[in-house]
Design a protein around this ligand. Sequence first.
Ligand SMILES: Nc1ncnc2c1ncn2[C@@H]1O[C@H](COP(=O)(O)OP(=O)(O)OP(=O)(O)O)[C@@H](O)[C@H]1O
Ligand SMILES: CC(C)(CO)[C@@H](O)C(=O)NCCC(=O)O
Length: 312
Amino acid sequence: MNAQTKLGAYQGFSRREWAALRDAVPLPLSEEELERLRGINESVSLEEVEAVYLPLSRLLNLYVHSSQRRGDVLQQFLGRRPSKGPYIISVAGSVAVGKSTTARILQALLQRWPEHPQVELVTTDGFLYPLEELKRRDLLKRKGFPESYDIRMLLDFVKEVKSGRRTAAPLYSHLSYDRIENTQQEINNPDILILEGLNVLQSGMDYPDGDRPFVSDFVDFSIYVDAPESLLKSWYIDRFISFRDGAFKDPNSYFHHYAQLSEGEARKTASKIWDDINGPNLNNNILPTRERATLILSKGEHHRIEKIRLRG
Ligand SMILES: Nc1ncnc2c1ncn2[C@@H]1O[C@H](COP(=O)(O)OP(=O)(O)OP(=O)(O)O)[C@@H](O)[C@H]1O
Ligand SMILES: CC(C)(CO)[C@@H](O)C(=O)NCCC(=O)O
């Protein structure tokens, strides 16, 4: 089936049509909340939050509510408590598309609702094999590809979370380019878990040793953040430049040697990393999963969401 046919399964909204749905959102943003959102990423426009993310938080609230009600019905029918794990939302998309920014905005908006105040955010970056292990497996140039993740560990984590048990997620540092030793993110049965990462829509078949359960088997609502590759590459390069001016200056940074590069050299280096690693990963492993998502957010210039597609 080609992408066009698969997109036929979606109902499309222009930004304007989608923003009009905002009128149905009963909770306007307070000044304090606007301030907090500004803190997530100063380049995010608040108009964008109100036009796109506020209606989306309302939609998700309705879905979570209906799922909680389904749980109550089952409880009544069975005469016992069904296992009550969190509602899981996944956020997928290319490197540098803005998955973590989107996930953090959603976290901030969703925790305002009285039905689900506890919203945890986990990134699958922590489930990449540690740097030493990547080197041992000769996967340093395949970081972010399916085989670079400890998928068994990720699946066990998602299963534990969904069953409502207390568990913990490994953490990743973009500074050291490695998993952080001796520190974990505790997860204690939140109301909602947002799981963000480029691989969250991938299935068992996408992994080298074949058939396994999917992370998506445990996900209730999935979002794919989309943008044309030319923009993704330019956002990747821009972020690399801002790291060169900031984080790379730290002697503990894995990329400390890049801090010495001139801007032109840094742009060339980032462009090559994109062409060698992140671009092929996008085209071979990430983009093919787009039409598995419940919702597709399509970005244009300046990260502006231009189109929203909702399945069903
Ligand atoms: N909504 C937005 N408005 C403006 N800039 C944004 C927005 N979202 C992300 N950005 C910028 O785009 C770049 C990538 O964002 P972010 O780190 O959220 O992406 P990501 O998809 O999580 O990346 P990675 O997979 O590499 O961790 C950053 O420089 C960020 O500041
Ligand atoms: C950690 C990932 C895989 C995903 O966030 C990515 O940021 C990454 O490191 N990619 C490998 C190539 C690069 O350094 O950009």
